[in-house]
Design a protein. Structure first.
Length: 123
């Protein structure tokens, strides 16, 4: 079954965040989202982002780079964090979905992670 709705995207980001919270290397970056109300709000922002990326919905209108730059100043990212992020994100998709949209979102995630890594680590 392929990713074909916002509900599917929510399932992906929910599983992805479970994996992030369970990973000792990644958990420090996401600690502020542990509270349920913060997590739900953040997951919905992520769904908006991926909905815009995958389905061109235009529902995400924020600057996705800005919060990552701020987070990097608080808790510096390293190359391993970007590698782990993409690994956990893609494994979340692979556990739940197959198909063209699943492949498209994994490829877009890899591109986004690469650009963020270059911009953040070289700034």
């Amino acid at each position: 079954m392929d990713i074909d709705s916002r509900g599917d995207l929510y399932k992906v980001v929910q599983l992805f965040y479970q994996k992030l919270f369970d990973d000792d290397n990644m958990k420090p970056f996401f600690i502020k989202f542990y509270q349920q109300e913060n997590l739900e709000k953040h997951l919905n922002v992520l769904v908006d982002f991926w909905d815009s990326v995958l389905f061109h919905s235009g529902v995400y209108t924020k600057n996705s780079m800005q919060p990552h730059v701020i987070k990097h100043k608080e808790t510096p990212f390293k190359k391993i964090h970007f590698e782990k992020w993409i690994l956990l994100f893609c494994s979340s998709i692979d556990e739940l979905f197959t198909g063209q949209n699943a492949e498209v979102i994994k490829n877009r995630a890899q591109s986004i992670a690469t650009v963020m890594q270059l911009k953040i680590l070289n700034s």
